[in-house]
Design a protein around this ligand. Sequence first.
Ligand SMILES: *Cc1c(COP(=O)(O)O)cnc(C)c1O
Length: 395
Amino acid sequence: MSPYRWLSRSLATLKQAGWYRSVQPATGRAGSVVELDGQQLLNFASNNYLGLAGDERLIEAAVLATRTYGTGSTGSRLLTGHLELHRQLEQALARLKQTEDALVFSSGYSANLGTITALVGQRDLVLSDAYNHSSLKNGAILSGATVLDYAHLDLADLGQKLAQHRQSYRRCLLLSDSVFSMDGDLCPLPALLDLGDTYDCMLLLDEAHGTGVLGAHGAGLVEQAGCTGRPLVQVGTLSKALGSLGGYVAGSAELIDFLRNRAPSWIYTTALSPADTAAALKAVEIVQAEPERRAQLWSNVTFLRQALSGLDLLPSESPILCVRSGDIPQTLQLAQALRQAGIFAPAIRPPTVPTSRIRLTVMATHTQTDLRNLAQVLQSYAEVSTDSSLPTNVY
Ligand SMILES: *Cc1c(COP(=O)(O)O)cnc(C)c1O
């Protein structure tokens, strides 16, 4: 009898529920076309919103940093791993976000874990939007604080929970995605900040899908919503619009100083690699210097929305557009049909989200033909819902 025998049973359960997932290797440089299993597919599943992950300038910066410093940073930031390059990236992020300082982590996920566990503990309260990213939810659990979810975007529910529970705790931390990653809608930031002020709460805002995408300078929802300069904890990733790998926190000098001393996922881990750091630094420069990339992204979003009119889209104010798609088998079938037509747009289903959908992410580097092709396949599937009616490979 093996103590691991439960694994095969659990896997079988996952498969039965349609929750089973597996990986597939992508080949070729990151862009609006992805090659999976030798098939070229239009990529509507990438977080590479501005196309920077395949940009020559980021590649050059990464190669140069690798030649200069080597492949690994060889240690944690507080020991031997700290490079001037890390500091330059942090200062560039702070300039982008108009905050006093910033701190880079190995990933957005570890930035959230480290920051939340540093800010709150057992005597404290965390209130978290029900649709928040896994890293916020798990950071809250790991902190040991009392964690309550409020209904998605529902500030009345949040206000009621604050009124009822806030006074029983020392500190209170509100957690929210700025752009909700599986839906594409935005959090009501100014009102959330006001409510936080009323109840003496900190707010951690996760701008993973906002940075580089929202705001005139690409600083995120904070900029777009006119909240620049208001005290809050801004977290994000270097791995989406910025085309690299890593995470960051931006905020007051005091906050960052505290995190350098108190965030375990920053202290006890190896510093970001020279290549990732240099690529992200170049990306931050490009995000600010080339607003036309962001303009192209938004013009693509508008174009696709119009092309998808008549389909059942979830509410969205971002380049993440979701098409409601019935139950799990129907959704998997639609994803399969899209794939046969040369389009990669994944089925997102429980347990990741409450209801199944096809999730589309628009890139600045999609062409109008790309977007039209996607819309044509989705529209014809909606009309007839049979495989035989589908156009064949559009790519
Ligand atoms: C992707 C994502 C993260 C994690 O960022 P990584 O750098 O990929 O670890 C955190 N929060 C949200 C909302 C995300 O979408």
